[in-house]
Design a protein around this ligand. Structure first.
Ligand code: TRP
Length: 451
């Protein structure tokens, strides 16, 4: 049993990370993953990217850039499970199971979908014009991302809180419908990092690609310098006192400075440091922190097969969790092997398994045998003869191990085989139907009970 907190978050792979993404999401996530109590699952939400983007080149480039950014930023893949969503086939499969329990009305209320509808209506179009099922079902895919790994905490931006709530809603409904008292899914909580302010962009509005006001992160020192030179400032001349608290240049500086560096910069601005020089200070600060990871970033980008290997290892780790869990969920909804179908109803299984018992006895000739009796004392099996009690005991043990039972029918009876030898036989039945019912009852009786 792990008591660590599972922290899971996804990054939609449609763009190139900029300084605001780095300070607002990437850096805090990497830091959080270093906590001994954290069991972090970070992934590239590339299925989500397909919803917003039909440019394959861009999707591919973004996946690589985002992977390289996180790795260059110091993500330790030995600590963290780092993977591509699209390498985990269990996720789309779970998405379908969840789609079948998600209320359409719930999805009608999703902000992203509603915003698109409102826009269409405003433009006098059909409400659903240009809206794909992908966009509509976006929250279900996201719920699968989260529920697949039973995440406790999901660090996200404010715009994603509703999606995490929907994941809870859908997960709860599934638990209720199929859990039979068992909580398959942990209820996730959105984690909003209050302390990491969103970084302002060049013009002072939130740094965002859609405002075209970003500072590039790892492309080159020159690109970063050029962008910094375009930061909008007031018109105070060198020598005039500046107001640090009303300067987004200062806010940007703060996001990367130590307390001491921050105080020094503040004092200099108050003393009339020119904006040109102030921009230079900001560049020096950023470059001192980002030049090393920038180097690593370009190394990673030049060796894509290394990243491919790392991500495939991550996928393997993630699937080691996802695959057995999905098998359980398939079972729960009724997608079960025909072979074990008699063992299906949990209640019946428990009752029968509890009551069935082996009774051993000794024949007059000194050999050892046993009977398997059902709940109501009916003989399900009579064993062959064994030379000693140990051999008989080993067979009863193996029959109870839960391994697939090798049952061979003979007209109106059957025998049970182990390692190529018949070890026990049934009684004779009136017909094949009652024989087959007895085989089913036997399988139920021999299904081990969990917990
Ligand atoms: N929708 C998220 C975003 O755009 C990305 C995402 C996809 C995600 N799946 C997730 C975030 C699961 C957290 C958990 O930011």
């Amino acid at each position: 049993m792990t008591t660590r907190t599972r922290i899971l978050t996804g990054i939609t792979t449609t763009g190139t990370p900029h300084l605001g993404n780095y300070a607002g999401a990437i850096r805090p996530a990497i830091l959080a993953s270093q906590d001994a109590n954290a069991d972090s699952f970070y992934f590239l939400a590339d299925y989500h990217a397909l919803i917003k983007c039909d440019d394959p080149q861009r999707i591919q480039r973004s996946r690589m850039e985002i992977a390289a950014t996180w790795l260059a930023g110091g993500l330790d893949v030995n600590r963290v499970t780092f993977y591509r969503q699209s390498d985990i086939p269990e996720i789309p499969e779970l998405t379908w199971l969840l789609t079948c329990v998600a209320a359409k009305g719930l999805l009608n209320r999703a902000h992203a979908y509603k915003a698109s509808v409102d826009k269409n209506v405003e433009a006098g179009e059909d409400p659903d014009a240009g809206i794909s099922m992908g966009l509509y079902s976006y929250p279900v895919l996201m719920a699968a991302d989260i529920l697949m790994f039973n995440a406790h905490k999901v660090p996200v931006g404010r715009d994603q809180i509703q999606h995490v709530e929907m994941a809870r809603d859908i997960g709860q409904r599934f638990n209720h419908l199929f859990g039979n008292g068992k909580e398959f899914f942990t209820m996730p909580e959105a984690l909003i990092e209050e302390s990491v302010a969103t970084l302002p962009g060049l013009d002072g509005r939130k740094m965002s690609k859609s405002y075209d006001n970003t500072i590039p992160l790892f492309t080159s020192a020159k690109d970063m310098k050029d962008a910094i030179s375009r930061i909008v400032t007031d018109s105070r001349a060198p020598g005039e006192a500046k107001d640090p608290d009303n300067s987004h240049l200062f806010t940007l500086f703060q996001a990367f400075a130590s307390k001491a560096q921050e105080e020094e910069f503040r004092a200099e601005l108050l003393q009339g440091l020119g904006w040109g020089e102030a921009k230079n200070r900001l560049f020096q600060l950023l470059d001192s922190q980002l030049s090393e990871p920038r180097e690593r970033y370009h190394q990673l980008m030049s060796r894509p097969s290394d990243m491919e290997d790392l991500l495939l290892i991550g996928a393997k780790k993630a699937r080691a969790v996802a695959a057995p869990f999905l098998a359980e969920l398939r079972e729960a909804v009724g997608l079960r092997s025909f072979v074990n179908q008699a063992a299906a109803p949990v209640a019946a299984k428990k009752k029968a398994a509890k009551a069935a018992r082996f009774v051993s006895f000794r024949e007059d000739d000194g050999s050892f045998r046993f009977r398997l009796l059902s709940a109501d004392g009916e003989q399900l099996l009579l064993s062959r003869n064994f030379a000693d009690g140990k051999a008989a005991g080993a067979v009863t043990k193996q029959l109870q191990s839960g391994d697939a039972l090798d049952v061979r029918t003979e007209a109106t009876g059957f025998s049970v085989w182990l390692d190529g030898a018949a070890v026990a036989d049934s009684a004779e039945f009136a017909d094949e139907t009652s024989r087959d019912a007895a085989i089913a009852a036997l399988r139920v009786a021999l299904t081990p009970i969990e917990d």
